[in-house]
Ligand binder design. Structure first.
Ligand code: ATP
Ligand code: MG
Length: 442
């Protein structure tokens, strides 16, 4: 029975008390991205397993250990998306978006699924916001994506997130680097974890990303990729840094960042929040990827993008006491006594709603006293009580639940306007109060 009332491990309900925060974050992310020219795209929750094997990479943790893969009733191997980049690239190719003017800029908000050990900031279903830009090779594209990350944190009022930047070169420089890494890690084959031993052969850079304490301690002394960049890659990296510096966008170079997915080339970065106790929380990451679109059968364009985890972003925002817009509450509650007044109340709340007010009336057959109690509970800003008297006179009293002030409003087609006027005049009075207060302070 407990299964019926317990959500699967690693999943989380977003409750009504938090949904306004989620809506605010998602709206802000998408509109900020739109300022940079990104258009939202929505892709399926599941894809052919092969897509992730190919693009995320067979030697990554995500593909190796974390994917939700199953056979559907038609015998196909299907995987719930563990990230957004692969599906976005697949959809861009399939729908011919890459034939449009370059660069193509796309944004997304989606849920991701990874079979991981649930803990703080780590879930089996979580949400990501991200962007992808296709077809631009210039360092300005890399810098622009990082500028977007900055603009997002700035707009949301999040402080203390540092962009850590690195370049992992291209396949040419990586060949030399892989050899150096192999030679280094070969000295520690008796200590590396079994997964890393496998990686040593197939993709030694992955060892740098291993979370086991032993492997990460060994990785600290490993050769640094920045020392192995070819001239073109080194030049590209220098230009990205120069652009960021010119625009006053802060970053630090961290030569240990390699990112968890296989498809990255050149620029990689992570957005790291460090709390007062010095704990690092990676809130997002991204970079340039060279071979992905071509690997999936698309044109040989480069891509660049990033993704951030929304649960971690929200956690940082709440911990920091960031501002969220005030929650929308009921503007007007119309209480009614008797059947006739009930009919009128039903008509009036609908009128108010079509004029953009949040309005409510009794749906429970409650007494007037109980209706007012409910209005108070839901935070109604104004109330109206309708009874036989009001119906006869064709007007009623609008009462502010904050100030207690009252005003008579006509119950005909001037109703919404009268309410609008009252709300505006109190909002205006509040504003005047605030101005006066400021003047006094001066
Ligand atoms: P980590 O090193 O924490 O496992 P990752 O490198 O696997 O992160 P990415 O694949 O880069 O993560 O995903 C981008 C972002 O998505 C992360 O920076 C993080 O904010 C978020 N994220 C990744 N995995 C999870 C998860 N299991 N639960 C919640 N958020 C996650
Ligand atoms: Mg991970």
């Amino acid at each position: 029975m407990a299964l019926l009332t317990t959500a699967p491990r690693g999943t989380k309900d977003i409750l009504p008390r938090d949904s306004a925060k989620w809506q605010y974050i998602e709206r802000t992310l998408l509109t900020t991205a739109a300022l940079f020219g990104y258009k939202e795209m929505r892709v399926p929750t599941f894809e052919h397993t092969e897509l992730f094997n190919r693009s995320v990479g067979e030697t990554t943790d995500v593909v190796n250990k974390e994917m939700y893969t199953f056979q559907d009733k038609g015998g196909r191997s299907i995987t719930l998306r563990p990230e957004g980049t692969a599906g976005m690239a697949r959809a861009a190719i399939e729908n011919g978006l890459l034939g449009d003017a370059l660069p193509v800029k796309l944004s997304y908000v989606l849920s991701c699924f990874r079979y991981e050990k649930p803990q703080s900031g780590r879930f089996r279903e979580f949400h990501q916001f991200g962007v992808e830009m296709y077809g631009a090779t210039s360092p300005a594209a890399d810098a622009e994506v990082i500028a977007l990350v900055h603009e997002i944190y700035d707009t949301l009022g999040v402080e203390g997130i540092q962009v850590e930047l690195n370049s992992i070169g291209c396949p040419t420089c990586r060949k030399r680097y892989h050899e150096a890494l192999k030679a280094y890690f070969a000295q520690y084959t008796d200590q590396l974890c079994p997964t890393c031993l496998e990686r040593l052969e197939k993709n030694p850079m992955r060892i740098l990303d291993c979370k086991s304490p032993v492997c990460s301690a060994i990785a600290e002394g490993a050769p640094k990729v920045l020392d192995y960049l070819c001239e073109d890659c080194a030049d590209h990296f220098e230009q990205v840094k120069a652009l960021l510096t010119q625009a006053g966008i802060s970053y630090v170079v961290n030569p240990t960042i390699v990112r968890g997915l296989d498809y990255y080339t050149r620029t990689v970065f992570e957005c790291v929040f460090t709390d007062k106790e010095g704990n690092r929380l990676v809130c997002g990451g991204g970079g340039r990827y060279g071979g992905l679109l071509g690997e999936l059968g698309g044109p040989d364009y480069e891509g660049i993008g990033f993704a951030m985890g929304l649960e971690r972003l929200l956690k940082v925002m709440i911990d920091q006491g960031c501002d969220f817009p005030p929650e929308e509450t009921c503007d007007v509650y119309i209480a009614s006594m008797g059947d006739k007044a009930g009919l009128k109340a039903f008509q009036l709340v609908n009128l108010l709603r079509s004029d953009g007010f949040q309005a409510q009336s009794d749906l429970m057959g409650r007494s007037i006293k109980a209706q007012m109690k409910y209005a108070n509970k839901i935070g109604a800003k104004y109330t109206i009580v309708l009874g036989d008297n009001e119906l006869e006179q064709g007007e009623a009293t609008l009462k502010s639940m904050y100030s207690g002030s009252t005003r008579t409003v006509p119950l005909d087609d001037r109703f919404s306007d009268a309410i609008y006027e009252e709300i505006m005049s109190t909002a205006y009075a509040d504003l005047e109060d605030a101005m006066e207060h400021l003047e006094e302070k001066k």
